[in-house]
Design a protein around this ligand. Structure first.
Ligand code: ADP
Ligand code: MG
Length: 460
């Protein structure tokens, strides 16, 4: 069964990033999987509480996915660490003994606390920071949460990794759950979990139950539907589920890292359904929003951060909110372990590895390559003297991005394209104007930028 843990580990690493993984998951020991319960040992109480508060859902979901059935997680303490608390005196990592055992809360008799019992309590509207990059998606999510099934159905939220899609989808779920007048069934799950349930029902010849379960919910929130790409059987079943819910005006919320038309191998009829409601995008947050996010998260964690540190983190981690959180987590952990205050020097030292990767900017060559891939033209064409309209246009986009994302001067960019600096200036002006006049175009350019950042983050 160690294989399950190993495979789950790989996915968790994808989700948390290498550093987060090493810091929090690496020190855990997988004890075994029995009676649908995986026992995992933490080296001390501090770890156990931290992992329990933040990563339990993730661990449960990935292990369940690997095991092919729902698995509960039991986090235990290593023998020699009972009661020894690095965690003592650490307010934000309070022990909550009974939550550690992680038995599923019964859905039937919910205590009315305003949280859906199975979902992360940190992902509520109250904890979501709104900025220009996400205000549309946020407003749409709120509208759906307040008037499910009425306004935008389905709501399709898309955006890059770690930008708050799951957070918003979870917030909708909590809100629907807390405000429902009747005993509402709110089902939030990943598209992958949907597929796993489907497969397991097929295998056990329980499709009747499966259909019954999904078609009876009052709202279905399906996270990461890009996962359905190329999975025909699952798409077919989901298509029927979708229609059945939609015709009853039950709310459907979908999230994805791509717009429907960019999900490869998505059946046309499903794509049409996905596009039939409201599509809202989340872009990477601007600096102001990042500062607000850092402040908010720090307050929630009882972390006192000097303004320089807040700004340092917000300035240097720009493409992904999850990584912003990773920095704070690291600061909190190190500060609590070493019992020191978070001074700017402390932060610089603590975040050295995390932040260095973000200082690497894409270079002109990387931009040329990404842009030509994006527009499906050859790199040689991009740099050639040829000037058919569409190639010239791609070249202008590439020049614009070089100017925006690198420190290269106009003449240097010109040289890289075999042109002079005035051509580059002209291109930059042209593209900038078009971006401000044409929001669809702006989306595309932002997408290229995101891709550049993503390629870079993984290369670093
Ligand atoms: P995605 O599903 O888009 O990959 P998540 O919703 O999992 O991203 O977000 C990653 C982390 O960043 C979560 O912990 C989430 O709470 C946080 N986050 C993202 N956007 C915001 C925001 N606008 N305000 C507060 N937290 C955010
Ligand atoms: Mg997500």
């Amino acid at each position: 069964m160690n294989g399950v843990w190993q495979k789950a580990g790989d996915r968790i690493r994808d989700a948390l990033g290498q550093t987060g993984y090493e810091t929090w998951i690496g020190p855990l020991t997988f004890v075994g999987l029995q009676d649908k319960t995986a026992t995992i040992e933490a080296p001390n109480r501090f770890f156990r509480d931290w992992v329990n508060d933040r990563y339990l859902d993730l661990i449960r979901q990935t292990i369940s996915a690997e095991a092919g059935e729902p698995v509960e997680i039991k986090l235990t303490l290593g023998n020699d660490s009972n009661g020894n608390g690095n965690g003592h005196g650490n307010d934000h990592a309070k022990t909550s003994g009974n939550r550690v055992a992680a038995t599923p809360a019964p859905l039937a008799e919910p205590e009315c606390r305003g949280f859906h019992p199975h979902l992360s309590q940190r992902h509520t509207f109250a904890e979501f920071v709104v900025g220009s990059s996400n205000q549309f998606a946020h407003a749409a999510a709120l509208a759906v949460a307040n008037q499910p099934g009425e306004k935008y159905n389905p709501l399709f939220i898309y955006g890059g990794v770690g930008l708050g899609k799951t957070h918003l989808a979870t917030a909708i779920s909590h809100h629907l759950w807390a405000t429902g007048s009747r005993a509402r069934k709110i089902l939030f799950m990943s598209a992958e979990a949907f597929m796993n349930e489907l497969i397991s029902s097929l295998r056990r010849d329980r499709m009747g139950e499966f259909k019954e379960k999904f078609r009876r919910v009052d709202a279905l929130i399906l996270d990461d539907v890009q996962f359905l790409a190329g999975r025909e059987r699952t798409q077919e079943e989901f298509f029927h589920t979708f229609n059945s819910l939609h015709s009853e005006r039950h709310q459907i919320v979908l999230t994805s890292d791509k717009v429907p038309r960019d999900i490869p191998g998505l059946e046309e009829r499903l794509r049409n359904r996905f596009e039939s409601g409201l599509i809202a995008d989340i872009a990477p947050p601007d600096l102001e929003t990042r500062v607000a996010i850092v402040q908010k998260k720090a307050a929630l964690e009882n972390l006192s951060l000097p303004p320089e540190v807040t700004l340092y983190v917000a300035q240097n981690v720009s493409s992904n909110v999850r990584e912003l959180e990773g920095c704070l987590t690291r600061l909190a952990a190190l500060a609590s372990i070493s019992k020191s205050a978070i001074t700017p020097e402390f932060a610089l030292q603590a975040l050295r590895d995390l932040i260095r990767t973000h200082e690497i900017k894409p270079d002109v060559e990387a931009i040329q390559k990404t842009v030509s891939d994006f527009f499906h033209i050859r790199l040689a064409e991009l740099k050639s003297k040829r000037r058919p309209q569409h190639i010239a246009f791609c070249r202008q986009v590439a020049m614009y991005l070089c100017r925006k994302l690198t420190d290269s001067s106009f003449p240097a960019i010109g040289t890289a394209f075999g042109r002079d600096h005035s051509t580059v200036i002209h291109a930059c002006n042209l593209i900038a104007r078009r971006i401000s006049n044409d929001s669809a175009f702006r989306f595309s350019i932002e997408k290229v930028e995101r891709e550049l950042k993503a390629t870079h983050a993984s290369a670093a």
